[in-house]
Design a protein around this ligand. Sequence first.
Ligand code: 2IT
Length: 445
Amino acid sequence: MYIYEEFMANLERRNPAEPEFIQAVAGVIESIIDVVNDNPAYVNAKILERITEPDRVVSFKVEWENDNGDVQVNRGYRVQFNNTLGPYKGGLRFHASVTLGSFKFLGFEQTFKNSLTTLPLGGAKGGSDFSPRGKSNNEILRFCRAFMNQLQKYIGPDTDIPAGDIGVGAREIGYLYGQYKRIKDENSGILTGKGPFWGGSLIRPEATGFGAIYFANEMAKMRNDSLKGKRIAISGFGNVAWGVAMKATQLGAKVVTISGPDGYILDEEGVGTPEKWNYMVQLRISNNDVVAPYANKFGAKFIPRKKPWEVPVDMAFPCAIQNELTLEDAKVLVKNGVKYVLETSNMGCTNDAESYFIQQKIPYAPGKAANAGGVAVSGLEMAQNAMKLSWTAAEVDEKLQEIMRNIHNACVTYGKEGDAYLNYVRGANIAGFKKVADAMLELGY
Ligand code: 2IT
C-alpha cells in the first residue's frame, strides 16, 4: 500500500534539487495512487518506484567554436526514461535554462504521453543548455554538429529516435541529421521532424498545434459546442503556437494573442493569415526570441513583460514552456469567463493552477493529452521511414485526427467523476499509466 506523502518524500530524497521532476511526478502520482493501491499486482511489483526511475541518463560534453574563434563548452543530455512500449522517443530542447532535472521531468511526461498516442513508443527527452538566442546560423550549424558527434553514440533507429522541441526546429533537425548521416552513412530515419524531401512526414511541423485543436474540438463537441466564433489566447510564437493559430482559424475561431519572453501581442484582427503565420516562423529563425516586431508590422498592440492570460477569452492554450501559467493567471482567466483551457506546452500550468481549473469545473486538458499530436505524427514518420514510402498530407491528417479522438476517449473512460465533471488530468494520467504499467508487469524484470 502506497502512502502519497511517504512516496513523494522518498522520491525527493533520491532526486535532490530537481523541482520540475518532483512536480511532474507529484501530478501523476496524485491521479493514479488509488488505482495502484487497488491492484496488489502493482503494489507487489513496486511499480511506482520502477516507473519513476529513468532507465538510463547520459550527460556529455559538447565543444564547439563561436564566430569569434572562442571555444565554447556546453552540456548535452539524453534521458532514456522508459522503453517498455517501444523505442525511446522524445524531443531535444536547446535552452539556456535546462538542467538534468528538466529532462527527467520531460522524459517522465513523455512516457505517459507516448503511451496515450496508441503507438508503440517509449519515452525520452534530451538537449542542451546551449541557447540559440543571438547565435548566427553558422554557430548553430557548428553546435549541432558537435552535439551529434556525441549523441550518436547513444541513439539508434530501433533504440532511441529524437526529434525537436524548444530551440530545435526544422533547421536544427537538418543539421543534426546531416551530421548523423556523415558519421554513420545510413538513411535510417534516426530523427523525426525531418524535411519532406529527405524522409520527413507531411503535417509533422503542424502536428502539435493541429492535434491540440482537434482535441479542443472533441472537448467542445461533447458539450454540444464548437470552435466557431471562439476567442482564443495562446502563448509562444514557435511551431506549436503557429499550428494552433492556423487550425483554430480554419475552424472559425479567432486567435488574439501570441507571446515571447519580451511580452505579448494583442491582435484584435486575429493571428489568422498566412502572412502572419509565415512571419512567426521568420521571428523564430531570427534567433532574437522576441515578438515585439510583430506589433509594428501588423498594426497590433505589444504589451511588454506581461503574459497574455489577462486578456478575456473563451479558450486559452499555453504553448510556450513549463510553469508559464500560474495560479494567479488561472484566477484571472476564470474571472474573465474562460470556457476551456488546453495545456499545450509540457507542464505549462503549475500544479496549483491546474487544481484551480479543476476545482472551478473548467474543462481542462493536460499537456500529455493536448500536445500528443506532435509525437504521434513523429511515430507516423517512423512508420513511413520503415516502409520506405510517404503518405499524403490528407492521410497523415486523418490518422492524427483519429489518434486525438482516441486520446479524448481514453480521458473520458478514466476521467469521469461522480458529479459528471470530466477530469481530463486524472483520465490521461490513469490511461497513460495503465498501459505502461501492465506491459512492465508482463515483461518482468
Ligand atoms: O514534447 C514533445 O512531445 C515533443 N517535443 C515531440 C517529441 C517527438 O518525438 O516528436
